[in-house]
Design a protein around this ligand. Structure first.
Ligand code: ATP
Ligand code: MG
Length: 369
């Protein structure tokens, strides 16, 4: 950029202010400086140490609705609402004592005052400029009326969405509860014990799903759910449907010290999986009057893998070929849920049965080739 001293730009003769400015900013030509300030998208107001406006740009005229001549030579306080003028004077004095480039009034709501006395919200950046005429301050002013409106619109849209989501979860939960009541009723009327059992099992599965929606609704956090919290409630529900086993079967839930948070997409298969494995343990592991314990545990590893396990010290799983012959749904569902969680399943059969599932806390989608 050509310096003003080396090649004076064409146009009107330089005024003393511009020359003073150029002394503090040798790399910027006078003309360039004027153009930068004049066409800046924000209002630019330069004041001297007495608070007198020595330079304003076109945007200042538009923003505050004054002609340029009505501003130049006036105190900057005419742009400040009357009730803040005294405070502004004090602030200005303080600023000149230690001028640093910084935003003005951080954390406070600042307002500008138009020629007709109307007010509007603004944001101000302050820049001291050393000139031969002493330190001046160049204030850059932005009208934030539109930004505040947009923010208010966003906030009310967010509130509306939250209310709606709340309502959706509430309704889904209610509808699922109606389904469980219907299944329960049908189970009560079913004469065939096999059919009764199938209906009761289905009822448990629907309850496990309803519970996720109930927790999301209760906690008012729609993005994630505390897995421990969820399993505690689920286990309570399973325990009450197997009341008949009394204290013959102990059910214990081991939770990690820190909560494990999961989104709904994962919480549902997790809950359904635990539901299948725990009901299986109640149903099959302790035939007759056999006593024992079921332990459900969750842990989160440093590798960001979540481990879930359901273990019992019952009679043990039948041999694989025996299992393969059966046409039951439960273990097929378990395999499906593990797949949904992008996890792995391992089964241990020493002195009972232990199903262990590990899945990533954060699912990273595979990139398509
Ligand atoms: N914890 C366990 N201990 C002993 N045997 C088990 C255990 N879990 C499952 N089984 C055996 O595996 C079989 C298959 O289980 P699966 O859950 O698929 O079917 P189910 O429980 O019989 O019926 P449903 O389809 O209603 O779940 C069971 O019938 C049972 O013999
Ligand atoms: Mg089962």
């Amino acid at each position: 950029m050509a310096s003003a001293a080396a090649s004076p730009p064409p146009g009107p003769p330089p005024d003393p202010l511009a020359q003073a400015l150029l002394a503090g900013s040798p790399q910027l030509g006078e003309d360039s400086f004027r153009r930068v300030v004049e066409w800046a998208p924000s209002a630019m107001v330069m004041i001297d140490n007495a608070g007198i406006m020595v330079l304003v740009n076109a945007q200042t005229e538009r923003m505050f609705d004054y002609g340029r001549q009505a501003l130049l030579g006036q105190s900057v306080e005419i742009l400040v609402p009357e009730r803040f003028r005294q405070q502004h004077r004090t602030f200005r004095g303080g600023y000149f004592g230690n001028p640093q480039p910084r935003p003005m009034g951080v954390g406070r709501d600042l307002a500008g005052c138009r020629a007709d006395g109307s007010e509007f919200p603004i944001e101000i950046g302050l820049n001291p400029i050393a000139t031969e005429a002493g330190v001046m301050v160049l204030a850059s002013i932005i009208d934030i009326t539109e930004r505040q409106r947009a923010q208010q619109r966003l906030e009310s849209a967010l509130l509306e969405k939250t209310v709606l989501l709340n309502e959706v979860h509430h309704r889904v939960k209610n509808n699922l509860q109606v389904i469980t009541s219907l299944l329960n009723l049908q189970a009560d009327y079913a004469a065939d014990p096999r059919l009764k059992a199938i209906l009761t099992e289905s009822c448990g599965r629907v309850k496990a799903m309803a519970l996720t929606h109930q927790l999301l609704y209760e906690r008012k956090d729609f993005s994630r759910l505390d897995l421990g919290d969820y399993l505690e409630r689920l286990v309570q529900a399973i325990r009450s449907s197997y009341r008949a086993s009394g204290d013959r079967i102990n059910l214990h839930l081991a939770l990690p010290p820190r909560p494990v948070l999961l989104d709904l997409e994962r919480a549902n298969p997790c809950g359904l999986l635990i539901n299948e494995l725990t009901t299986n343990a109640f149903k099959h592991a302790f035939p007759g009057e056999r006593r024992g314990e079921i332990v459900i545990s969750i842990s989160e590893g440093a590798d960001s893998l979540i481990s879930l396990s359901v273990a019992d010290d019952g009679r043990g799983l039948p041999a694989d070929d025996e299992l393969a012959k059966g046409s039951s749904l439960g273990l097929q569902l378990v395999a499906l849920f593990v797949e949904q969680l992008h996890g792995t399943l391992s089964i241990e059969r020493n002195g009972g049965t232990r199903f262990a599932v590990r899945f990533p806390k954060i699912f990273v989608a595979k990139e398509s080739p």
